[in-house]
Design a protein around this ligand. Structure first.
Ligand SMILES: Cc1cc2nc3c(=O)[nH]c(=O)nc-3n(C[C@H](O)[C@H](O)[C@H](O)COP(=O)(O)O)c2cc1C
Length: 177
């Protein structure tokens, strides 16, 4: 699929087909392609934890939809937690260079991952709204060493008809200087 088409068909899915699971090799490919993203000093400050076994997925669905948030996740067959493995410390405080790059890098990896999924006919939704403590405990993240960033919900969408994108106009987001 051409890149310009890929970025148009990629959209946040909130209507997963709960009856379709994802092949583990497909999940591996998607995560590998996430890890191809560029990063400052090529530090690759990310780590991916994939939950796709039925029992784990069921537990996660409960945690992620607690208090009636993101309830569509009750149909999602796989989740990828992305953590940041570097602290946000300025490398060069005097010149103010290279600040806050790790979060930016994780965003790039996440973007690669979701586009990879779309290119393979899968759908995703980035989930930023969740209880960090409970999810960290579930995935056994040592928060002294890693920071929870987002969870990517992955599955097959019930409908493959893309919605129109709601985006700022070109002039609002860009100027040529
Ligand atoms: C960091 C981040 C966190 C997000 N968290 C959620 C979330 O918790 N629940 C949700 O339904 N969508 C979430 N989204 C999806 C956005 O709402 C969505 O990307 C945006 O509205 C644009 O729509 P599109 O992805 O369909 O193009 C998140 C997106 C990002 C980038």
């Amino acid at each position: 699929m051409k890149f310009s088409k890929l970025i148009k068909v990629r959209e946040s899915c909130r209507d997963f087909d709960g009856s379709r699971n994802i092949d583990v090799d497909l999940l591996k490919k998607i995560v590998k392609e996430g890890g191809i993203a560029p990063s400052a000093s090529n530090k690759q400050p990310w780590y991916f934890r994939v939950a796709s076994k039925k029992e784990d997925v069921e537990k996660l669905r409960v945690l992620l939809t607690e208090n009636n948030v993101n309830t569509f996740l009750s149909q999602c067959p796989a989740f990828v937690l992305i953590t940041k493995t570097e602290k946000e410390a300025p490398i060069d405080t005097e010149n103010n260079f290279f600040r806050n790059m790790s979060s930016f890098d994780c965003g790039a990896a996440c973007s690669h991952l979701i586009l990879s999924a779309s290119s393979l006919g899968l759908s995703t939704c980035i989930i930023g709204y969740f209880n960090r403590e409970k999810i960290g405990e579930f995935f056994e993240v040592n928060e002294e060493e890693e920071t929870l960033m987002v969870i990517v919900a992955i599955g097959y969408a019930k409908s493959d008809e893309p919605r129109a994108k709601k985006r700022k106009s070109f002039d609002e987001i860009c100027e040529f200087i």
